[in-house]
Design a protein around this ligand. Structure first.
Ligand SMILES: NC(=O)c1ccc[n+]([C@@H]2O[C@H](COP(=O)([O-])OP(=O)(O)OC[C@H]3O[C@@H](n4cnc5c(N)ncnc54)[C@H](O)[C@@H]3O)[C@@H](O)[C@H]2O)c1
Length: 364
Protein backbone atom coordinates (compact mmCIF):
# COMPACT_ATOMS: atom_id res chain seq x y z
CA UNK A 1 0.00 0.00 0.00
CA UNK A 2 1.41 3.49 -0.84
CA UNK A 3 0.87 5.22 2.50
CA UNK A 4 2.37 8.54 1.38
CA UNK A 5 -0.14 8.95 -1.42
CA UNK A 6 -3.00 7.89 0.77
CA UNK A 7 -1.92 10.28 3.50
CA UNK A 8 -1.55 13.15 1.06
CA UNK A 9 -4.99 12.43 -0.29
CA UNK A 10 -6.55 12.38 3.16
CA UNK A 11 -4.82 15.55 4.33
CA UNK A 12 -4.89 17.61 1.13
CA UNK A 13 -8.51 17.03 0.37
CA UNK A 14 -9.36 17.07 4.11
CA UNK A 15 -11.71 14.33 3.06
CA UNK A 16 -11.85 12.55 6.36
CA UNK A 17 -10.16 12.90 9.72
CA UNK A 18 -11.15 9.35 10.59
CA UNK A 19 -9.52 8.05 7.39
CA UNK A 20 -6.35 9.91 8.35
CA UNK A 21 -6.23 8.26 11.80
CA UNK A 22 -7.13 4.89 10.31
CA UNK A 23 -4.08 5.11 8.07
CA UNK A 24 -1.81 6.21 10.93
CA UNK A 25 -3.03 3.26 13.06
CA UNK A 26 -2.54 0.84 10.18
CA UNK A 27 0.97 2.16 9.50
CA UNK A 28 1.84 1.90 13.19
CA UNK A 29 0.72 -1.72 13.50
CA UNK A 30 2.30 -2.76 10.21
CA UNK A 31 5.61 -1.21 11.34
CA UNK A 32 5.49 -3.84 14.12
CA UNK A 33 6.36 -1.36 16.86
CA UNK A 34 6.34 -3.26 20.12
CA UNK A 35 4.95 -1.67 23.27
CA UNK A 36 7.32 -1.09 26.19
CA UNK A 37 7.04 -4.00 28.65
CA UNK A 38 4.96 -3.37 31.77
CA UNK A 39 6.58 -4.49 35.03
CA UNK A 40 4.15 -6.46 37.19
CA UNK A 41 5.04 -7.28 40.79
CA UNK A 42 3.30 -10.23 42.46
CA UNK A 43 4.03 -10.64 46.17
CA UNK A 44 3.38 -14.03 47.77
CA UNK A 45 3.99 -15.42 44.28
CA UNK A 46 5.02 -18.85 45.57
CA UNK A 47 1.54 -19.43 47.00
CA UNK A 48 -1.33 -21.15 45.26
CA UNK A 49 -2.98 -18.05 43.78
CA UNK A 50 0.41 -16.97 42.46
CA UNK A 51 0.77 -20.31 40.69
CA UNK A 52 -2.57 -19.88 38.92
CA UNK A 53 -1.97 -16.19 38.17
CA UNK A 54 1.48 -16.34 36.57
CA UNK A 55 0.54 -17.98 33.24
CA UNK A 56 -2.47 -15.66 32.94
CA UNK A 57 -0.23 -12.59 33.19
CA UNK A 58 2.36 -14.10 30.84
CA UNK A 59 -0.34 -14.93 28.26
CA UNK A 60 -1.79 -11.40 28.18
CA UNK A 61 -5.03 -12.18 30.03
CA UNK A 62 -4.41 -9.26 32.38
CA UNK A 63 -3.03 -6.57 30.08
CA UNK A 64 -3.98 -7.66 26.58
CA UNK A 65 -2.52 -9.81 23.81
CA UNK A 66 -0.08 -7.16 22.56
CA UNK A 67 1.35 -6.00 25.89
CA UNK A 68 4.78 -7.46 26.80
CA UNK A 69 5.39 -7.95 30.53
CA UNK A 70 8.25 -8.40 32.95
CA UNK A 71 7.16 -10.29 36.05
CA UNK A 72 8.67 -9.56 39.46
CA UNK A 73 7.93 -12.26 42.03
CA UNK A 74 8.46 -11.74 45.76
CA UNK A 75 8.12 -14.25 48.55
CA UNK A 76 9.73 -15.09 51.89
CA UNK A 77 13.16 -16.72 52.28
CA UNK A 78 11.39 -19.93 53.31
CA UNK A 79 9.67 -20.03 49.92
CA UNK A 80 12.76 -19.07 47.87
CA UNK A 81 13.23 -22.50 46.32
CA UNK A 82 9.57 -22.77 45.30
CA UNK A 83 9.84 -19.31 43.78
CA UNK A 84 12.85 -20.40 41.79
CA UNK A 85 10.96 -23.44 40.51
CA UNK A 86 8.16 -21.14 39.39
CA UNK A 87 10.68 -18.98 37.53
CA UNK A 88 11.95 -22.10 35.73
CA UNK A 89 8.38 -23.01 34.75
CA UNK A 90 7.77 -19.51 33.41
CA UNK A 91 10.87 -19.80 31.24
CA UNK A 92 9.78 -23.26 30.09
CA UNK A 93 6.36 -21.88 29.18
CA UNK A 94 8.02 -19.93 26.32
CA UNK A 95 5.38 -17.21 26.72
CA UNK A 96 5.40 -14.86 23.74
CA UNK A 97 4.78 -11.73 25.82
CA UNK A 98 7.12 -12.50 28.71
CA UNK A 99 10.25 -10.33 28.50
CA UNK A 100 11.80 -11.18 31.86
CA UNK A 101 11.28 -12.75 35.29
CA UNK A 102 12.72 -11.57 38.59
CA UNK A 103 12.35 -14.02 41.49
CA UNK A 104 13.50 -12.52 44.74
CA UNK A 105 13.08 -12.40 48.50
CA UNK A 106 14.36 -8.82 48.59
CA UNK A 107 11.47 -6.36 48.76
CA UNK A 108 13.50 -3.49 47.29
CA UNK A 109 14.54 -5.50 44.23
CA UNK A 110 10.96 -6.73 43.87
CA UNK A 111 9.44 -3.23 43.93
CA UNK A 112 12.00 -1.52 41.69
CA UNK A 113 10.24 0.43 38.89
CA UNK A 114 7.13 -1.75 38.90
CA UNK A 115 4.04 -0.31 37.18
CA UNK A 116 1.57 -2.74 38.77
CA UNK A 117 1.70 -4.43 42.17
CA UNK A 118 -0.53 -7.40 42.97
CA UNK A 119 -0.23 -8.09 46.68
CA UNK A 120 -0.96 -11.75 47.45
CA UNK A 121 1.65 -12.08 50.20
CA UNK A 122 0.41 -12.56 53.73
CA UNK A 123 0.07 -14.88 56.67
CA UNK A 124 -3.02 -17.06 56.93
CA UNK A 125 -4.87 -17.64 60.18
CA UNK A 126 -3.81 -20.91 61.79
CA UNK A 127 -5.49 -23.00 64.48
CA UNK A 128 -5.39 -21.35 67.87
CA UNK A 129 -4.59 -17.89 66.50
CA UNK A 130 -6.63 -14.90 67.57
CA UNK A 131 -7.93 -12.51 64.92
CA UNK A 132 -5.67 -9.87 66.42
CA UNK A 133 -2.57 -12.09 65.94
CA UNK A 134 -3.28 -12.48 62.22
CA UNK A 135 -4.01 -8.78 61.90
CA UNK A 136 -0.75 -7.87 63.67
CA UNK A 137 1.32 -10.01 61.28
CA UNK A 138 -0.41 -8.73 58.17
CA UNK A 139 -0.55 -5.03 58.98
CA UNK A 140 3.20 -5.03 59.67
CA UNK A 141 3.84 -6.72 56.30
CA UNK A 142 1.66 -4.12 54.56
CA UNK A 143 3.24 -1.20 56.36
CA UNK A 144 6.75 -2.34 55.34
CA UNK A 145 5.79 -3.14 51.75
CA UNK A 146 3.96 0.20 51.39
CA UNK A 147 7.19 2.00 52.17
CA UNK A 148 9.14 -0.10 49.66
CA UNK A 149 6.54 0.58 46.96
CA UNK A 150 6.53 4.31 47.73
CA UNK A 151 10.31 4.49 47.44
CA UNK A 152 11.06 2.11 44.58
CA UNK A 153 8.00 1.54 42.37
CA UNK A 154 7.19 3.66 39.30
CA UNK A 155 5.50 6.95 40.24
CA UNK A 156 2.09 5.91 38.88
CA UNK A 157 2.22 2.31 40.13
CA UNK A 158 -1.26 0.80 40.49
CA UNK A 159 -1.69 -1.44 43.51
CA UNK A 160 -4.17 -4.27 44.01
CA UNK A 161 -4.27 -5.82 47.48
CA UNK A 162 -5.60 -9.38 47.53
CA UNK A 163 -4.24 -10.85 50.77
CA UNK A 164 -6.72 -10.91 53.62
CA UNK A 165 -7.98 -8.90 55.37
CA UNK A 166 -7.79 -7.31 51.90
CA UNK A 167 -9.64 -4.04 52.59
CA UNK A 168 -7.79 -3.34 55.82
CA UNK A 169 -4.39 -4.35 54.39
CA UNK A 170 -5.07 -1.87 51.56
CA UNK A 171 -6.05 0.78 54.12
CA UNK A 172 -2.78 0.25 56.03
CA UNK A 173 -0.83 0.39 52.76
CA UNK A 174 -2.56 3.66 51.87
CA UNK A 175 -1.97 5.25 55.26
CA UNK A 176 1.65 4.07 55.52
CA UNK A 177 2.64 5.50 52.14
CA UNK A 178 0.89 8.84 51.65
CA UNK A 179 3.08 9.55 48.60
CA UNK A 180 1.24 6.82 46.67
CA UNK A 181 -1.92 8.49 45.28
CA UNK A 182 -5.03 7.15 47.06
CA UNK A 183 -6.60 6.50 43.67
CA UNK A 184 -3.83 4.00 42.91
CA UNK A 185 -4.63 1.69 45.84
CA UNK A 186 -7.46 -0.81 45.51
CA UNK A 187 -8.44 -4.19 46.92
CA UNK A 188 -9.90 -7.24 45.22
CA UNK A 189 -13.70 -7.53 45.32
CA UNK A 190 -13.98 -8.83 41.79
CA UNK A 191 -14.00 -12.46 42.88
CA UNK A 192 -17.15 -11.78 44.92
CA UNK A 193 -18.61 -9.82 41.99
CA UNK A 194 -17.90 -12.70 39.59
CA UNK A 195 -19.32 -15.23 42.07
CA UNK A 196 -22.56 -13.23 42.24
CA UNK A 197 -22.75 -13.05 38.42
CA UNK A 198 -22.20 -16.81 38.28
CA UNK A 199 -25.05 -17.48 40.74
CA UNK A 200 -27.49 -15.32 38.76
CA UNK A 201 -26.47 -16.88 35.43
CA UNK A 202 -26.95 -20.39 36.89
CA UNK A 203 -30.34 -19.51 38.34
CA UNK A 204 -31.64 -17.97 35.10
CA UNK A 205 -29.80 -20.42 32.82
CA UNK A 206 -28.30 -17.57 30.82
CA UNK A 207 -24.75 -16.80 29.74
CA UNK A 208 -22.76 -15.12 32.49
CA UNK A 209 -21.62 -12.55 29.91
CA UNK A 210 -25.26 -11.47 29.52
CA UNK A 211 -25.50 -10.51 33.22
CA UNK A 212 -24.28 -7.05 34.23
CA UNK A 213 -24.22 -4.38 36.91
CA UNK A 214 -24.33 -6.50 40.01
CA UNK A 215 -22.76 -4.71 42.98
CA UNK A 216 -20.76 -6.00 45.90
CA UNK A 217 -20.80 -3.41 48.68
CA UNK A 218 -18.35 -3.30 51.54
CA UNK A 219 -15.83 -5.73 52.96
CA UNK A 220 -14.33 -8.87 51.40
CA UNK A 221 -15.78 -10.92 54.25
CA UNK A 222 -19.03 -12.60 55.15
CA UNK A 223 -20.66 -9.20 55.80
CA UNK A 224 -20.29 -8.11 52.15
CA UNK A 225 -23.58 -7.22 50.48
CA UNK A 226 -24.21 -8.61 46.99
CA UNK A 227 -26.90 -6.36 45.51
CA UNK A 228 -28.87 -7.15 42.34
CA UNK A 229 -31.25 -4.18 42.49
CA UNK A 230 -29.62 -2.49 39.48
CA UNK A 231 -28.48 -5.64 37.67
CA UNK A 232 -29.80 -6.61 34.24
CA UNK A 233 -29.67 -9.50 31.80
CA UNK A 234 -29.43 -9.09 28.03
CA UNK A 235 -32.37 -10.96 26.47
CA UNK A 236 -33.75 -11.19 22.94
CA UNK A 237 -36.29 -8.53 23.94
CA UNK A 238 -33.67 -6.14 25.36
CA UNK A 239 -32.22 -5.62 28.83
CA UNK A 240 -34.40 -6.96 31.65
CA UNK A 241 -34.06 -6.46 35.38
CA UNK A 242 -32.57 -9.43 37.24
CA UNK A 243 -35.10 -8.98 40.05
CA UNK A 244 -38.04 -9.14 37.60
CA UNK A 245 -36.66 -12.14 35.74
CA UNK A 246 -35.95 -14.14 38.88
CA UNK A 247 -39.27 -13.08 40.43
CA UNK A 248 -38.30 -14.58 43.77
CA UNK A 249 -37.39 -11.82 46.24
CA UNK A 250 -37.14 -14.31 49.07
CA UNK A 251 -34.35 -16.20 47.29
CA UNK A 252 -32.59 -12.98 46.25
CA UNK A 253 -32.74 -11.51 49.76
CA UNK A 254 -31.60 -14.63 51.59
CA UNK A 255 -30.07 -17.68 49.88
CA UNK A 256 -28.43 -15.76 47.04
CA UNK A 257 -26.73 -13.36 49.46
CA UNK A 258 -25.49 -16.05 51.83
CA UNK A 259 -24.28 -18.28 48.98
CA UNK A 260 -22.08 -15.46 47.66
CA UNK A 261 -20.94 -14.46 51.14
CA UNK A 262 -20.04 -18.07 52.03
CA UNK A 263 -18.69 -19.18 48.65
CA UNK A 264 -15.05 -18.99 49.75
CA UNK A 265 -15.74 -21.23 52.74
CA UNK A 266 -17.68 -23.70 50.55
CA UNK A 267 -14.76 -23.99 48.12
CA UNK A 268 -12.29 -24.42 50.97
CA UNK A 269 -14.46 -27.24 52.36
CA UNK A 270 -14.74 -28.98 48.98
CA UNK A 271 -11.19 -28.51 47.71
CA UNK A 272 -9.38 -28.47 51.05
CA UNK A 273 -7.60 -25.40 49.63
CA UNK A 274 -8.96 -21.91 49.23
CA UNK A 275 -10.07 -20.49 45.86
CA UNK A 276 -7.02 -19.86 43.71
CA UNK A 277 -7.99 -20.26 40.05
CA UNK A 278 -11.06 -18.01 40.35
CA UNK A 279 -9.07 -15.56 42.49
CA UNK A 280 -6.31 -15.34 39.87
CA UNK A 281 -8.87 -14.84 37.12
CA UNK A 282 -10.57 -12.10 39.15
CA UNK A 283 -7.20 -10.37 39.66
CA UNK A 284 -6.82 -10.25 35.86
CA UNK A 285 -10.38 -8.96 35.39
CA UNK A 286 -9.82 -6.24 38.01
CA UNK A 287 -6.56 -4.97 36.49
CA UNK A 288 -7.80 -5.36 32.91
CA UNK A 289 -10.84 -3.17 33.46
CA UNK A 290 -8.99 -0.68 35.64
CA UNK A 291 -6.31 -0.09 33.02
CA UNK A 292 -8.17 -0.68 29.78
CA UNK A 293 -11.62 0.55 30.80
CA UNK A 294 -15.04 -0.90 31.56
CA UNK A 295 -17.42 -1.48 28.63
CA UNK A 296 -19.94 1.33 28.05
CA UNK A 297 -22.94 1.04 30.36
CA UNK A 298 -21.25 -1.53 32.60
CA UNK A 299 -19.77 -1.21 36.05
CA UNK A 300 -17.71 -3.57 38.22
CA UNK A 301 -17.06 -3.82 41.96
CA UNK A 302 -13.72 -2.62 43.32
CA UNK A 303 -12.49 -1.95 46.84
CA UNK A 304 -11.52 1.74 46.68
CA UNK A 305 -10.99 4.64 49.04
CA UNK A 306 -14.37 6.03 50.08
CA UNK A 307 -14.97 9.71 49.36
CA UNK A 308 -18.13 9.64 51.48
CA UNK A 309 -20.35 8.43 48.61
CA UNK A 310 -23.46 6.56 49.76
CA UNK A 311 -22.75 7.73 53.34
CA UNK A 312 -19.69 5.51 53.76
CA UNK A 313 -17.03 6.88 56.10
CA UNK A 314 -14.41 8.70 53.99
CA UNK A 315 -11.02 6.96 53.86
CA UNK A 316 -12.29 3.41 54.34
CA UNK A 317 -11.39 0.95 51.58
CA UNK A 318 -14.92 -0.14 50.72
CA UNK A 319 -16.29 -1.98 47.69
CA UNK A 320 -18.34 0.28 45.40
CA UNK A 321 -19.67 0.00 41.87
CA UNK A 322 -17.12 1.74 39.65
CA UNK A 323 -16.56 2.51 35.99
CA UNK A 324 -13.03 2.86 34.64
CA UNK A 325 -11.62 5.00 31.86
CA UNK A 326 -8.04 5.94 30.94
CA UNK A 327 -6.67 4.04 33.95
CA UNK A 328 -8.90 5.86 36.47
CA UNK A 329 -11.86 4.46 38.40
CA UNK A 330 -14.92 6.52 39.37
CA UNK A 331 -17.63 5.53 41.80
CA UNK A 332 -21.04 5.21 40.11
CA UNK A 333 -23.20 7.86 41.75
CA UNK A 334 -26.88 8.40 42.32
CA UNK A 335 -28.09 4.79 42.56
CA UNK A 336 -31.29 4.43 44.55
CA UNK A 337 -30.71 2.61 47.83
CA UNK A 338 -33.67 0.99 49.59
CA UNK A 339 -33.98 0.36 53.33
CA UNK A 340 -32.90 -3.30 53.08
CA UNK A 341 -29.73 -2.36 51.18
CA UNK A 342 -28.98 0.57 53.49
CA UNK A 343 -28.91 -1.69 56.54
CA UNK A 344 -26.63 -4.22 54.82
CA UNK A 345 -24.28 -1.51 53.48
CA UNK A 346 -23.98 0.01 56.96
CA UNK A 347 -23.36 -3.36 58.64
CA UNK A 348 -20.40 -4.14 56.39
CA UNK A 349 -19.08 -0.56 56.78
CA UNK A 350 -19.26 -0.95 60.57
CA UNK A 351 -17.19 -4.13 60.35
CA UNK A 352 -14.55 -2.22 58.37
CA UNK A 353 -14.51 0.56 60.98
CA UNK A 354 -13.90 -2.07 63.68
CA UNK A 355 -11.14 -3.72 61.60
CA UNK A 356 -9.54 -0.34 61.12
CA UNK A 357 -9.33 0.33 64.84
CA UNK A 358 -8.02 -3.21 65.46
CA UNK A 359 -5.35 -2.65 62.77
CA UNK A 360 -4.35 0.68 64.34
CA UNK A 361 -4.08 -0.94 67.75
CA UNK A 362 -1.85 -3.66 66.24
CA UNK A 363 0.45 -1.01 64.76
CA UNK A 364 0.69 0.54 68.20
N1 LIG B 1 -9.65 -10.73 48.16
C1 LIG B 1 -9.96 -11.91 47.63
O1 LIG B 1 -10.96 -12.04 46.92
C2 LIG B 1 -9.09 -13.11 47.87
C3 LIG B 1 -9.28 -14.26 47.11
C4 LIG B 1 -8.43 -15.34 47.28
C5 LIG B 1 -7.38 -15.27 48.22
N2 LIG B 1 -7.27 -14.15 48.97
C6 LIG B 1 -6.16 -14.00 49.92
O2 LIG B 1 -4.97 -13.85 49.12
C7 LIG B 1 -3.85 -14.34 49.83
C8 LIG B 1 -3.12 -15.34 48.95
O3 LIG B 1 -3.87 -16.51 48.83
P1 LIG B 1 -3.15 -17.90 48.52
O4 LIG B 1 -4.23 -18.91 48.49
O5 LIG B 1 -2.25 -17.75 47.36
O6 LIG B 1 -2.30 -18.07 49.86
P2 LIG B 1 -0.96 -18.90 50.07
O7 LIG B 1 -0.84 -19.08 51.55
O8 LIG B 1 -0.91 -20.09 49.17
O9 LIG B 1 0.19 -17.88 49.59
C9 LIG B 1 0.58 -16.77 50.34
C10 LIG B 1 2.04 -16.55 50.02
O10 LIG B 1 2.45 -15.35 50.69
C11 LIG B 1 3.78 -15.55 51.10
N3 LIG B 1 4.17 -14.55 52.10
C12 LIG B 1 3.96 -14.53 53.45
N4 LIG B 1 4.51 -13.44 53.98
C13 LIG B 1 5.05 -12.74 52.97
C14 LIG B 1 5.77 -11.52 52.89
N5 LIG B 1 6.03 -10.81 54.00
N6 LIG B 1 6.20 -11.09 51.69
C15 LIG B 1 5.95 -11.82 50.58
N7 LIG B 1 5.30 -12.99 50.58
C16 LIG B 1 4.85 -13.44 51.76
C17 LIG B 1 3.79 -16.97 51.62
O11 LIG B 1 5.11 -17.50 51.72
C18 LIG B 1 2.96 -17.66 50.54
O12 LIG B 1 3.77 -18.14 49.48
C19 LIG B 1 -4.41 -14.92 51.12
O13 LIG B 1 -4.32 -13.92 52.13
C20 LIG B 1 -5.87 -15.19 50.80
O14 LIG B 1 -6.67 -15.17 51.96
C21 LIG B 1 -8.08 -13.07 48.80
Amino acid sequence: MDYTKLLQKAVVTSCSVSLFWKIIRHMWSSMNVEKEPVKVLVTGAAGQTGYALMPMIARGVMLGPDQPVIIHMLDTKKAAETLNGLKMELIDGAFRLLRGVVATTDVVEACRDVNIAVMLGGKPRKDGMERKDVMTMNVSIYKAQALALAQHAAADCKVLVVANPANTNALILKESAPSIPEKNITCLMRLDHNRAMGQIAEKLKVRVSDVKNIIIWGNHSSTQYPDVNHATVATSSGERSVRDLIADDKWLNTEFITTVQQRGAAILKARKFSSALSAASAVCDHMHHWLLGTPKGTWVSMGVCSDGSYGIQPGLIYSFPVTCKNGQWSIVRGLKIDEFSRAKMDATANELIEEKSLAYSCLG
